[in-house]
Design a protein around this ligand. Sequence first.
Ligand code: ADP
Length: 215
Amino acid sequence: MKEIKLTKRQDEILQIVRTNGPITGKQIAEKLSLTRAALRPDLAILTMSGNLDARPRVGYFYNHDFEVKQQAEKFLHQKVSDFKAHPIVVEKSTSVYDAIVQLFLEDVGTLYAVDHDGHLAGVISRKDLLRTAIGNKDLQGLPVSVIMTRMPNIITINPDETLLEAAKKMISNHIDSLPVVKEIGQDMNTYLLVGRITKTTITRAYLEIMDQKLG
Ligand code: ADP
C-alpha cells in the first residue's frame, strides 16, 4: 500500500467527513464555500485512494479501516536505526556475579559481551544467568564467556532493516532482543555493536506511531 500525499484541501475534506459523515458532496462544498464541481476531483482522489467511501444517495463516509491499515503499515516499515536503544555491554571476561549486578543496575533483561576489540562476542540473558546461579557457588570466579550464547549463533539485525524484520526474528527464534550491528569489512561474523532492539522497543514504536494519529 502506497501512502499518497494529500493536499491541504483534501485534508480539510477528510476532517469534515470524519466529524460529519455520512455527508453529501454538496454539504461538504458548502462548508468549504466552494462549488460542488470544484470539489469533484478531490473527492474522486480521496475515494479512489481508499480514504473515503462513497454510497449513492447517502454520501461520503470516513474509512477508519483504511486509516488503521495505513498506520500499521507505517509502523512495520520503520527503520531499526530510528528506534534502537543503547546496548548494555560487558567485557567477556566479566564475572557472572558482576554481570548479574549490571543487569539489575541497568534494569535490562539482556547484556552483550564484547571482546578486546569491542566486537560482539556473546549474548547473556536473564535465563543464562539464573541457570548458572542455581548450580554454581563461585559466580565471581566464572567469566560470562563460559555461559553466554556466542558467535556464530547470535541472531543480529542491521540498522537499515525494519521493525517488522526485527519482530519476525525475535518471534521465530524465541528471543527477547536483538543486537543491532554493523558488519566490519569482509570479515564474516565480526560485528560492531551499535544498539539493541527489544520487544519493548517494538511496543513503544507502536504506541508512538498510533499516538501521532490519536493524540
Ligand atoms: P530470557 O533468558 O530473559 O528469557 P531470551 O528469551 O532473550 O531471554 O533468551 C533465551 C536464550 O536465547 C538465552 O540462552 C540467550 O542467551 C539466547 N539469546 C538471546 N538473544 C539472542 C540472540 N539475539 N541471538 C541468539 N541467542 C540469543
